[in-house]
Design a protein around this ligand. Structure first.
Ligand code: NAP
Length: 249
């Protein structure tokens, strides 16, 4: 029997690469996002299915999950990857943009997990991958609202990891660093930091390995884990350094 994966944010970047990687391993992917043309092209390429849905719209997510579960009562994997950038700080960001990052990046993962849970429980052992961010560990002032959305998504991911374990659903919390994608171009980074940027294929390979080896919470590339530990152990020093940085203004 072909295993079924639901991948949100599959129309570009990390989500598209995860879907390609899963398809190469024989999975059938239900590709979820808002841009239908992009989803259709990837579905043709990978032999998948598409569902056009705004993950931040709870009713739309419930309706989408009902359609998918009618076709596939067993869901073996949910990848909560859909997300938007928030390149503005708390002091001058448009209020609607602050609401949007929370609605999509955090609540989108919550609504998708709740809507697809019956399928995951029916298929158990099953897996959930939450694509969070190093910004879930580290608060970066120029994109404070985005960091806050990823902090919330990280707390969600850690909470459900503990809660779903007895139900034989493993949660993989993946925290990427700087990844070059359409929504997150990294050209703004100073030249010395450009060497930290990797492509979305690296995240997809990491996710597949995490599924294979049953890993819990990880950073990709692995060295970004240091940033989270520094923020946790030296929060005041961290705030002072970021306060001096011109980028933090
Ligand atoms: N790139 C990085 O540096 C980086 C680092 C850490 C974490 N991340 C996280 O990785 C995830 C994927 O980002 P990416 O870098 O691959 O960016 P991307 O290429 O812009 O992809 C974002 C995906 O999310 C979808 N999406 C956005 N809003 C949506 C909504 N309301 N409903 C459904 N789908 C929606 C987009 O599709 P549509 O526009 O078609 O809906 C697209 O498929 C995000 O959660 C992001 O926060 C990225």
């Amino acid at each position: 029997m072909q295993k079924i994966a639901v991948v949100t944010g599959a129309s570009s970047g990390i989500g598209a690469e995860i879907a390609r990687g899963l398809a190469r391993k024989g999975w059938r992917c239900v590709l979820v996002a808002r841009r239908e043309d992009r989803l259709r092209a990837l579905a043709d390429e990978t032999g998948g299915e598409i569902e056009v849905c705004d993950v931040g719209d709870r009713e739309a997510v419930d309706a989408t999950a009902a359609r998918v579960l009618a076709r596939h009562p067993l869901i073996h994997l949910l990848v909560n990857n859909a997300g938007i950038p928030g390149r503005a700080n708390f002091l001058n960001a448009d209020p609607a943009a602050i609401e949007d990052v929370i609605r999509v990046n955090y609540l989108g993962s919550v609504w998708c997990l709740r809507a697809f849970l019956p399928g995951l429980e029916a298929a158990a052992p099953a897996d959930v991958v939450n694509i969070v961010s190093v910004a879930g560990d580290v608060a970066f002032p120029p994109s404070g609202p985005y960091s806050a959305s990823k902090h919330a998504q990280l707390a969600f991911s850690r909470s459900i990891a503990a809660q779903l374990r007895p139900r034989r659903i493993r949660v993989h919390t993946v925290k990427p660093g700087f990844i070059e994608t359409e929504g997150f171009p990294q050209s703004w980074l100073p030249r010395p930091m450009q060497r930290l940027v990797v492509g979305p294929e690296a995240v997809a390979a990491h996710v597949l390995a995490s599924l294979e080896h049953g890993r819990g919470e990880t950073s990709v590339p692995r060295y970004y884990g240091i940033a989270g530990r520094l923020q946790a152990f030296l929060p005041n020093t961290f705030a002072r350094v970021l306060g001096f940085s011109r980028r933090a203004a």
